[in-house]
Design a protein around this ligand. Sequence first.
Ligand code: ZN
Length: 294
Amino acid sequence: MNELIIEVRVNEYSMRDGNPNVPWTPEEIGRDARAIEAAGASVIHFHARRPDGSPAHEIADYAAAIRAIREHSDLLINPTLGQITKGGTLERIAHLEAFAGDPVLQPEIVGLDPGSTNIDVFDAEARRFVSADKVYVNAHSTLLAFTARFRELGIKPALACWSVPFLRSAAALMDMEAAAEPGYLLLVHGEGGQLGAHPATPEGLRAFTDHLPRGRRVEWAVCCKGGNAFPLAMNAIATGGHVAIGIGDYPYPELGQPDNATLVREVVRLARLVGRPVATPARTRSILGLPARR
Ligand code: ZN
């Protein structure tokens, strides 16, 4: 079987009320990087955070976190573009421009969402939306501007698809050679009132995998915002997909509020059960068509 890429979504914008292990500071993110790599992960996705957990926007915040990750690991780095927390198009990639060509600071991968969606959370118990006006907007003009710049910089877009139409746009970007093969696709599922993505069910995943870009080489990974990703992970592990998991997405009370490395060890255990080898960071670079690290 093909090697399994394990990406860890270490923090998102999660606070610590659900799980006290969410890393915020560069030091905490660096320590987590070392632990998840030792456990079997090859990619880290993070959001820069302040010591009080609030979102950090400055280029220096991203630089500090990336330096800490590089110091402690060989992981491929996938920082956020700051979706909601930043302003216009160019501001969202200001940190990437600042790091362009820097052998330490330039990330290998950057998440890009090829579509727009409502992201309000629905509280099913109270039967109301927690917010009612949050829209995640990604115009094709923005996507094309970003992918053109990513190609120049040698950064691979991780195309985060919230529903089938996103996958169709991802396929279009590949047809235009705005995104190179193999495409790295993140199939986004949502639970806990996250209505903008597919449900984290076999049917929700199947709807995605039935619509993967035809005739294109892709590597796809599953994630679950607001819910337990293990049912999807089991399915992906058994069928050749990859796994993106982390306490940034969900605090995992089922596992006693684990740290990220514990989640990775569980994913590795499942992979062993079906004889699926786990990719090292070096192998993941090769699988995704990225150059070996200098
Ligand atoms: Zn994120």
